[in-house]
Design a protein around this ligand. Structure first.
Ligand code: NAD
Length: 259
């Protein structure tokens, strides 16, 4: 498939958190194809290195839950690339459980990575963007940030919070020329989905095949989403074609959710 080329993105520099696998990996590849220098920051340094090598980028170990780790990795990324114009805050985790059985540990795990991780990475990158007078942020939220997802109440809550943060930050930074948006993917074929299908099958007492059929049945465009479906929209959000968009949570779900 031919991809549009956004000439203004050539030579820009981007940090992609959670870029070692899945959606983040596809975003890193799609941004690199636009001529953007990439530093992948991930808790899995081996997988991050493999992706970085394939696109002539760099990889750094990070734990987005911890301020010193984000501070250090982002400072290093800026030094290596000679700056940073784009943050893709994509690192995320999920676990599945009936709402009445969710433990404190599960709640904290989802909120620490998905919500605190977005807060820390956005704040640390945005301080630099404000100081330099430009920059743009795209956060990976979820379909579950728009509509409560059964067996994912804690995950849903953590992703609703991402959209609240994205909107508020977008309002504060708009006068400084910095745009902050989010993408809300649906049922995307990644390692996270493989894990969720097995958990959901067990919790619902159905086969994994049935879970997959149910995902497709909920999707008007009639197939499972690919990481590239999300990455193409993220590239657009980083480009000047999205210059009048900020504070948005863009659904990329094949029509599962439409408002
Ligand atoms: N797969 C889906 O259906 C789907 C749907 C909606 C939203 N999302 C969101 O998309 C994002 C990417 O998920 P994915 O499906 O590609 O899953 P994935 O498991 O393939 O990728 C997640 C990446 O985040 C990294 N990561 C996890 N914890 C981290 C931490 N503490 N610090 C730094 N990196 C960390 C992992 O190592 C991995 O590379 C997540 O935010 C997820 O919530 C996924």
């Amino acid at each position: 498939m031919a991809h549009p080329k956004f000439a203004e993105l050539e030579g820009k520099k981007a940090i992609v958190t959670g870029g070692a696998t899945g959606i983040g990996r596809a975003i890193a590849l799609a941004l690199a194809a636009q001529g953007i220098k990439i530093t992948i920051c991930d808790i899995n340094p081996d997988a991050a290195n493999t992706v970085a090598q394939s696109i002539g980028g760099h990889a750094l170990e990070i734990d987005v839950r911890k301020r010193p780790s984000v501070d250090e990795a982002f400072a290093q990324a800026v030094e290596i690339m000679g700056g940073c114009d784009i943050l893709i805050a994509n690192a995320g985790v999920s676990t599945m459980q009936h709402a009445l059985e969710i433990t404190d540990e599960e709640w904290d795990f989802n909120f620490d990575v998905n919500t605190r991780g977005i807060f820390l990475s956005n704040q640390i990158a945005a301080r630099k963007f404000v100081a330099q007078g430009h920059g743009t942020i795209v956060n990976t939220a979820s379909l579950a940030a728009k509509v409560g997802a059964p067996l994912l109440a804690h995950y849903s809550a953590s992703k609703f919070a991402v959209l609240g943060w994205t909107q508020a930050l977008a309002r504060e930074l708009a006068p400084k020329g910095i745009r902050v948006n989010a993408v809300c993917p649906g049922f995307v074929k990644t390692g996270m989905q493989e894990r969720e299908i097995l958990w959901e099958a067990e919790l619902r007492g159905v086969t994994p095949e049935r879970v997959m059929e149910d995902y497709i049945a909920q999707t008007p465009l009639g197939r499972i989403e690919t990481p590239e479906d999300v990455a193409d929209v993220v590239v657009f959000l980083c480009s000047n074609s999205a210059r009048f968009m900020t504070g948005q949570g863009i659904n990329v779900t094949g029509g599962v959710y439409m408002t």
